[in-house]
Design a protein around this ligand. Structure first.
Ligand code: GLN
Length: 470
């Protein structure tokens, strides 16, 4: 078989278990795809030199039948997730030489399950963006059309999976950074319930919003990765205890559509008609579609772009040239701080630190941050109310398919609008899944987003799998 990189995890596991394929062959095949395509697409920032050794180790375990659930499966890591001994730069100049001193809990779990960590993928600097254009190391191009963005911020992870350079990947999602690039690249992406996956070893962006989650080609594959990484972790104080991880809710029957929200936000026509088709497909699978209201969802974007930068300004204070990463020396300590941060951070990162510092400053705190937190509470209550009537909620993942590289670069506000459908789930801490739903008239991937109640992550996989079946 030539296209080993395009295998699903499920199929690869069968071949590996049956001895028809070795982990080394599979790893070599993915590395070959990367060699062929990465020069143009820039999905990977680095391929790890010990991937082959890890594959050989996986082959030994497969032979002795002591292999874990992901034994021999090559996966990619977003560059803000730590893998011990490897560079983790969050695609920032300020951390370009920083080496992780420990494994993120999610990475440790992947390794224990036998996965091969192939390398680290490109992203918007510190996960701020929707296009990977904000990377200090060049944009990631969309495998479906290299003139277009792969999305972001986890654009490299999405493109790595879509181009056959890994069978799955990890990303992080603060406001849509797994779901939006998944949608743009035609793969599955999932943001777990807040607290499901440990954030230990994930570089913090907005700590009350961030979650690590999987990319894969199918919903079932995403679930396999999720099952490995969704564990309680005493190193993350917001990690859900075991008692709260049991399956919430019963069988999913009713799916709600916030019609006014979906239709009022300047959604592209092709995206809307594809969304209607998707609802038809869900109905054909036996789900009932109900109109619901999320009256405060229209404030989600504004609230997010206050709360997130506020948390960014606090979280990024640690990159001061003393504790982590690059240092640019000035005459005294303050000058060193200013030079290091001024030269080390890119434009979007600096913009958000300034915004966040402003909304948190005395005299403005109540007017901005306080108000945004009030809106966040209302958005959460809207969902709680809606979930009294439906078991899940459907929207398009993005208002349009992948845009051209450079298209929104000069207009940060139009870039922020990308996140309209994805940020509400982060503000409310809810799980959400993006599943490919077909192609636009230009042949670009389109996607359906499903949002489930708090801790009902499993429901997303159930609906997603039913939706995928043809
Ligand atoms: N696009 C959003 C932003 O720029 C989301 C980022 C993310 O989820 N990390 O903030």
């Amino acid at each position: 078989m030539n296209d080993l990189g395009m295998l699903t995890i499920r199929h690869a596991r069968e071949l590996l278990a049956g001895g028809e394929l070795s982990a080394l062959e599979l790893t070599e095949a993915c590395l070959k795809e990367v060699e062929k395509k990465n020069g143009e697409l820039n999905a990977y920032l680095e391929v790890f030199d010990d991937a082959r050794a890890a594959a050989k180790e996986a082959d030994r375990k497969l032979k002795t039948r002591t292999a874990g659930p992901l034994a021999g499966i090559p996966l990619a890591l977003k560059d803000n997730i730590l893998s011990k001994g490897k560079v983790a730069s969050a695609a920032s100049k300020i951390l370009s030489g920083y080496r992780a001193t420990y494994d993120a809990t999610a990475v440790k779990l992947l390794k224990e399950a036998g996965a091969i960590v192939l390398g680290r993928t490109n992203m918007d600097e510190f996960a701020m963006g929707s296009s990977t254009v904000n990377s200090a190391f060049g944009v990631t191009k969309n495998p479906h059309d290299p003139a277009r963005v792969a999305g972001g911020s986890s654009g490299g992870s999405a493109a790595a999976v879509a181009m056959g350079g890994a069978l799955g990947a990890l990303g992080s999602d603060t406001g849509g950074s797994i779901r939006q690039p998944a949608a743009f690249c035609g793969v599955v992406g999932m943001k777990p319930t807040y607290g499901m996956v440990s954030r230990f070893g994930l570089m913090a962006m907005g700590s009350s919003l961030d979650q690590i989650g999987p990319f894969a080609k199918t919903v079932e594959d995403a679930e396999t990765i999720f099952d490995v990484i969704a564990r309680h972790d005493s190193f993350d104080s917001t990690s859900l205890p075991d008692a709260m991880r049991a399956r919430a809710g019963g069988k999913t029957k009713a799916i709600g559509v916030p019609k006014a929200f979906v239709e009022s936000e300047g959604v592209d026509k092709g995206t809307l008609s594809n969304f209607k088709e998707s609802l038809g497909r869900l109905e054909a699978k036996g789900f009932s579609i109900k109109e619901i209201e999320l009256p405060h969802a229209r404030y989600a974007l504004a609230a997010y772009y206050i709360i997130m930068p506020a948390e960014v300004s606090a979280n990024l204070a640690r990159y001061d040239g003393v504790r982590y990463g690059e240092r640019v020396k000035g005459g005294d300590l303050l000058a060193t701080y200013m030079k290091t941060r001024g030269e080390g951070f890119g434009k979007e990162t600096r913009r958000r630190i300034l915004l966040g510092t402003y909304v948190l400053s005395a005299g403005y705190y109540d007017a901005y941050y306080g108000k945004a937190m009030g809106a966040r509470g209302r958005i959460k209550r809207d969902f709680e109310e809606a979930f009294r009537h439906v078991d899940a909620i459907a929207t398009p993942t993005t208002p349009s398919p992948a845009f051209m590289i450079g298209e929104k670069a000069k207009d940060p506000l139009s870039m922020y609008l990308e996140d309209i459908f994805t940020v509400p789930a982060n503000l409310a801490g809810l799980p959400a899944l993006s599943v490919p739903s077909g192609k636009s008239a230009e042949g670009l991937p389109l996607s359906l987003q499903l949002i489930a109640p708090y801790r009902a992550d499993r429901a997303l996989f159930d609906i997603g799998k039913a939706f995928e079946e043809r």
